[in-house]
Design a protein around this ligand. Structure first.
Ligand code: KG4
Ligand code: ZN
Length: 344
């Protein structure tokens, strides 16, 4: 179905189709990943080297150390991907890499590796936007086709996106301050949970009472969000215990209830007002159990709900390969540079 033409370094035209193999590399933050995907949907290799253990002792991602770790891991994940798929470089139809947003030193490692592979094998290079890649994780192993409405929730972004076609999308609303993942990580640190905070807070929330504390749901216009008030409310609440033992599980459960309710309400409003019948969750926070539960409850109201399995929610390269295949706002330009923020 994809007949998009790309050109290799030597200007050889390459047309992608359902049998095309794309090798992609993801290195925007703290996972070094390489995947090979056929026709944008069938994952034939998916290798992820996580740096969680390395950053644990700092309580967050240390950019310079992350970049060095990517350098250590990059050749290993590429070799593993070839091995898992049982193919070699000359079998690959195009090479892709995340070009941003992300940590510049980290992105450079993946970008240069993918450009080198494209050059050596005389195949095209396709640069991918990390956020679009998160959305495309929903095409892996499914038959999802646009149009749909998406809730993209990650460490750096919170957006409701109107996806009209593979390449046409409009952001309907976004956070005016903290991203959901950022709020999770900051609150987790506040209540003493170790890095990575989001998943730990999610797990702890299962042991607490979601109604233990009533927290403020920010009233923001349209489809926008705000989470900084909730963060401040959590800070005040924690301080009110004045050094006594914190009811950690209840704090987690109440915070999770407030965030998931806020997201659900805005998403539902957008679905009703825009008349979509398909809804998609994407981004690292799409791994959150309560957000998933609430969004999947929309199925009872007749909506078709998609969310990637856990392994494709958090950073991986299969979603990057899918994004390259479906030509979702990609950069078909060998001179493309990495970028740290979403201003490109
Ligand atoms: O999408 P992602 O892997 O990185 C970015 O592109 O930003 O998302 C990482 C974010 C982190 O903030 C992490 O704490 C959060 O996703 N996260 C979760 C869960 N799993 C990952 N937050 C809440 N609950 C989870 N289960
Ligand atoms: Zn991500």
């Amino acid at each position: 179905m994809n007949n998009t033409k790309f050109t290799s370094f030597t200007n050889k035209p390459v047309e992608l189709n359902e049998k095309s193999l794309i090798m992609a590399i993801e290195s925007s933050c703290d996972e070094t990943a390489c995947a090979i995907v056929k026709g944008g949907r069938e994952v034939v290799a998916n290798i992820v080297a996580s740096q969680v253990k390395v950053h644990e002792k700092y309580g967050g991602v240390f950019p310079e150390i992350a970049a060095r770790e990517h350098l250590e891991a990059i050749n290993v994940v590429i070799a593993e991907a070839y091995k898992q798929a049982g193919v070699k470089g000359s079998d690959i139809d195009a090479f892709a890499a995340t070009v941003g947003p992300g940590l510049v030193g980290c992105l450079l490692v993946g970008l240069n590796a993918a450009k080198t592979l494209a050059l050596v094998n005389d195949k095209p290079f396709i640069g991918v936007n990390h956020l679009n890649a998160h959305l495309c994780a929903n095409y892996l192993d499914t038959d999802l086709k646009p149009p749909f409405l998406a809730l993209l929730i990650s460490g750096g972004h919170t957006q409701i996106i109107d996806v009209k076609s593979y390449s046409e999308q409009t952001i309907l609303g976004e956070t005016i301050d903290d991203a959901v993942g950022e709020a999770y990580d900051k609150v987790a640190r506040l209540i003493g949970l170790p890095y990575p905070g989001g998943p730990k807070l999610d797990k702890m929330a299962h042991e607490g009472n979601p109604k233990a504390f009533i927290l403020p749901q920010a009233k923001v216009d349209g489809y926008n969000f705000s989470f900084s008030g909730l963060k401040t409310a959590m800070l005040k609440l924690v301080k009110s215990f004045d050094g006594q033992e914190l009811p950690t599980a209840d704090l987690c459960a109440s915070f999770q209830e407030c965030v998931s309710k806020t997201l659900y309400k805005k998403l539902k409003k957008a679905l009703e007002e825009r008349g979509y019948n398909q809804v998609v969750l994407a981004g690292g926070v799409a791994a959150n159990s309560e957000i998933r539960r609430k969004v999947f409850s929309l199925e009872e109201e007749g909506y078709k709900v998609f969310a990637p399995p856990m392994k494709y929610c958090t950073d991986n390269a299969a979603m990057v390969a899918s994004c390259a295949y479906f030509n979702t706002n990609t950069y078909d330009d060998i001179n493309v540079e990495v970028f740290s923020r979403v201003d490109k």
